[in-house]
Write a protein that binds this ligand. Structure first.
Ligand code: PCA
Length: 326
């Protein structure tokens, strides 16, 4: 009897203790789609460690890079449903759900870092509102470096892309392929190397960063530095998970997020230069587009902006007007 009472007391002590720890520490899983070495993922790791430090370990964020927890197109819904408390998405992937998400995926609308920041300012209030309706909070965004075209053969004009198997990552990159007569196949970054190795695709439009991440120089020879657009990644958190934090912890998250946004932009610019050098060092020809190729792609951009405005309606027009205001 004596022993039994003792063990019961010990058991409840353990229970009480673990309940205490559980309430003192919150753990978030953050699903991300790009490799751990990618600058977005490195920035996320820094963000997680900043939050850990600022909260003295009260909020532990585990970053699951490389689409190891959810595949890129699934991450948004996983955060919405709370299967992952947080996640990193690329807005352009969700254009079919709501056109405003796709504004930064339109060729030659915002085609420099400065323009991309300006476009973001125009998108941001609408996006924050939409995400709130969807049960999420926007923490920060970081633009990818400018997008160019990778091919096996030299390109003089868009006509050289006819029939080419083109890897797309978003509705807009598929639409580009259709407009130039290439064959779009949607493949996310995590599967890009394999798709190239097996011949499923033989060209793509992406950044120098992804070119290096996926070692595109192993299969493709040319990179045309089109500087066509700078799609943005966004880090989101489930609203309930965020609301469940105490105020000081929320503030620490928001502060670390603001720092990550600034740091991420600087990293993107740096990585843009570095990765184009790395492509060259690995035998890739990094070239400016010919005037014809540039003119052809600009035309594609004009068509896509027109189509986008038709679908995005007055809301879309308000974004473009705000963006184009001097
Ligand atoms: N890399 C990602 C999206 C944009 C980019 O530069 C990709 O190719 O999937």
């Amino acid at each position: 009897m004596q022993r039994r009472i003792f063990s019961l007391t010990a058991a409840s002590a353990v229970l009480l203790l673990s309940a205490g720890i559980a309430s003192a520490q919150t753990k978030w899983d953050l699903a991300a789609a790009y490799p751990a070495s990618n600058f977005h993922s490195v920035n996320l790791a820094q963000f997680a460690s900043d939050v850990d430090q600022a909260t003295a370990g009260k909020l532990k964020i585990t970053v699951h890079a490389g689409a190891s927890l959810f595949k890129a197109p699934e991450i948004k819904r996983a955060v919405q449903g709370g299967q992952a408390q947080a996640g990193e998405i690329i807005f352009a992937n969700f254009q079919n759900e709501w056109q405003i998400y796709g504004a930064d995926g339109l060729p030659f609308l915002a085609d420099s870092y400065d323009a991309s920041v300006k476009l973001y300012q125009a998108q941001k209030p609408l996006i924050e509102k939409k995400l709130a309706e969807q049960g999420m909070v926007l923490l920060y965004t970081v633009a990818w470096p400018p997008q160019g075209i990778y091919t096996k053969k030299p390109l003089n004009s868009a006509a050289d892309l006819k029939g080419v198997k083109w890897r797309a990552y978003s509705p807009a990159t598929s639409r580009i392929a259709e407009l130039v007569g290439a064959q779009p196949v949607t493949v996310q970054a995590a599967e890009l190397s394999q798709a190239l190795a097996t011949g499923v695709v033989e060209s793509t439009m992406t950044s120098g960063a992804t070119g290096v991440d996926s070692k595109l120089f192993e299969h493709l020879k040319y990179y045309y530095d089109m500087q066509a657009w700078l799609p943005k990644n966004a880090v989101l958190v489930n609203k309930k998970a965020f609301d469940d934090l105490d105020k000081p912890t929320q503030d620490a998250v928001l502060k670390a997020a603001a720092a990550a946004e600034v740091r991420g932009l600087a990293a993107s610019k740096r990585v843009n230069t570095e990765t184009l050098e790395k492509l060259k060092a690995n035998g890739m020809q990094v070239l400016p587009p010919s005037p014809q190729l540039k003119a052809d792609m600009k035309k594609v951009g004009d068509t896509m902006l027109k189509e986008w405005l038709e679908k995005a309606g007055p809301e879309g027009k308000s974004v473009i007007d705000a963006f184009q205001k001097p």
